[in-house]
Design a protein around this ligand. Sequence first.
Ligand code: ADE
Length: 259
Amino acid sequence: MNVYILTLFPEMFSPVVNTSIVKRAQEQDLVRITTVDLRDFAHDAHKTVDDYPYGGGPGMVLKPEPVFEAVDWVRQDLGREPFVVLLTPQGQTLSSGLAKELAQKPDLVLIAGHYEGFDERIRCLAHMELSIGDYVLTGGELAAMVVLDASIRFIPGVLGDSESALQDSFSDGLLEGPQYTRPAEYRGLKVPEILLTGRHQDISRWRRKESIRRTLLRRPDLLKVADLTFEDRCLLEQVINEEKANKARGDNRGCNQTN
Ligand code: ADE
């Protein structure tokens, strides 16, 4: 997959593209990431990329020329048409499903705007507008990093078997359940007994049940649309009854610290 990131601050991306899984994915030639400095496409010696808004008003607006010409440069570099995503708080909210969809694009352009806004005509370049949530960042760079990271995890081979995206929250429409590692007891907080038994089938069932419990307690909206099997529905009913009983007992979810 080829990813081009169009930005006024290419240096912001180096810690992300040169670390951990994103770095390894590039070393394995699964992803090729190119940051493109929009200032390289400015038309004057001062490398001006913004201007005052027509009609007045506060702040500066990103000019259309550098962005259009940077996308032209990408088209030339690739020799074909990439899928262009514009990062903006007005876009569709990023989800696991959208990240997966983007991971299937052979050539992706992420446009990170900055300043108070961008010239409306820049929207014409985009096949998709994406937001990472209902808040405004100072620029699209952090949003582009989030989109990049969330998407490349879905490219086959990017995650090792042990990191498989299949078990992640949202991969099957549910949140992932709790995980534990050694020690079996820490400051009086115990790992659930079942995980120490080595009974794989029982552990699997427990994990599924806890994933359902966590989704019920934190994101009941996801449960309404999740694809649940008959067995999942039985587990859900058990969880609902257990939670009613826990509530009646004033249970604090296993966080009773004894020392
Ligand atoms: N640019 C500024 N805020 C943003 C957001 N929430 N999502 C995507 N791009 C942005």
